[in-house]
Design a binder for this molecule. Structure first.
Ligand code: 9MR
Length: 383
């Protein structure tokens, strides 16, 4: 990693943690035992030229030291689950930005020698409410430019890859180009993508620029359409010289229910992305168990098998360079927190178990499945 341009590394950490009481606690005996018995996903991934990472949050750095120690043991990369989203940085009026949580995550990554993913510069779903009330196109373009310049500029030189535009496609919206009819497209037209990627590149030339998308891995007409539309978008971006380096595949999977994994089509899809000269990052992998049986051993087995089936195919593609799980322990997961659609909650009210470590930070079969997938993956050039 090169030296940061926006802020000095030490400044990032101290600025982010300023004013907040830093809790520190000795590791529990149980955690120490589990860690000793557990190889690290970071090391297994690195042996194959892969980077393994997880989400974290600033409040976890401050208030959950045992979890953070597990992150330091297991992950080579972190991504703020929410702390860099526009609406999380700006909770008030234009310009009234609070980067303290984002700074804390970035500072933690730097201090721990981990790579940092930037998530994200633009996402229709987390745009501050005032943006929608700006009077005209010029004002909206100005706000987008100011936001990207400020956010990408602040962490210049320390971000491994930026999700520049999160979730830009939605074929169901009916446009011939498959783009999502949402705030930025409506305000600035389809050219907003080129504007965002060019500006991100100018602001932080070292960061890889990613198009991050979901629902592109199953054997279902909707997923097939999304694969086609996403490839077409990437082709257009390559042809027009829009600076894009990688595709982020979120991969929020389900252990039971819904369409099956489209192993062969997904394999071809990854090869098609690679043929465009792009790398691939698995950016938000988790496995929800809402329709799996209550019995924990059976449930954990089904979740683990889902991780393994998916990763075995994904990691066969040498353009895949990064695997991020959307959380590391069931202690901190959007699925367990019920931030998913109500239809996706377990009917029996039992807590979900979607991640490699349980809520007590003990490794689960999902951990072993990911470890084995890394161990069996072909080696690749790091990217
Ligand atoms: O996990 C995130 C959850 O805590 C937030 O409430 C939600 C809205 O900001 O975003 C979740 O993360 C999403 C990610 O940023 C983009 N892809 C889908 C993820 C799950 O909704």
């Amino acid at each position: 990693m090169t030296a940061p341009g926006g802020m000095r590394r030490r400044q990032l950490l101290t600025a982010g943690l300023a004013g907040l009481a830093l809790v520190d606690a000795a590791p529990t005996a149980a955690l120490a035992q589990a860690c000793a018995a557990t190889d690290s996903l970071r090391r297994l991934a690195a042996q194959k030229g892969l980077v393994y990472g997880t989400t974290i949050a600033a409040w976890q750095i401050l208030h959950d030291p045992p979890f953070i120690r597990l992150v330091e043991q297991q992950a080579g990369l972190v991504v703020p689950e929410n702390d860099m989203k526009w609406q999380d940085i700006n909770r008030g009026r234009p310009g009234d930005d609070d980067y303290s949580r984002a700074d804390a995550v970035a500072g933690f990554a730097v201090e721990s020698g981990m790579a940092l993913r930037g998530h994200n510069l633009l996402w229709y779903f987390r745009t501050p409410p005032w943006f929608f009330t700006l009077p005209d196109r010029k004002a909206k373009e100005g706000a987008v430019i100011a936001h990207i310049t400020a956010l990408a500029g602040r962490y210049r030189g320390i971000v491994h890859s930026w999700d520049v535009v999160n979730e830009p496609i939605e074929p169901r919206d009916g446009r011939p180009d498959g783009l999502r009819k949402a705030v930025f497209l409506e305000a600035l037209g389809p050219g907003y993508l080129d504007l965002a990627y060019r500006l991100a590149h100018e602001t932080d030339p070292a960061a890889k620029l990613v198009v991050n998308e979901y629902n592109v891995e199953l054997d279902a007409p909707e997923h097939e359409t999304r694969r086609v539309v996403l490839l077409e978008l990437l082709q257009r971006m390559r042809q027009s010289g829009t600076p894009v380096d990688a595709v982020g595949i979120q991969a929020h999977l389900h252990a039971v229910g819904g369409p099956p994994f489209a192993a062969d089509r997904f394999r071809r899809f990854l090869a098609d992305i690679a043929a465009l000269g792009l790398t691939i990052e698995i950016t938000e992998l988790d496995v929800s168990d809402e329709e799996a049986p209550a019995d924990i051993a059976r449930r954990d087995r089904l979740v683990a098998d889902t991780y393994r089936r998916f990763l075995d195919v994904a990691l066969d593609e040498p353009a895949v360079k990064v695997v991020v799980t959307w959380g590391l322990s069931d202690r901190h997961s959007w699925i367990v927190r019920h931030e998913t659609d109500r239809s996706r909650w377990r009917k029996d009210g039992l807590p979900s178990r979607p991640l490699p470590f349980d809520a007590e930070l003990r490794p689960k079969p999902a951990f072993a499945a990911i470890a084995e997938a890394f161990a069996h993956a072909p080696a690749r050039t790091p990217g």
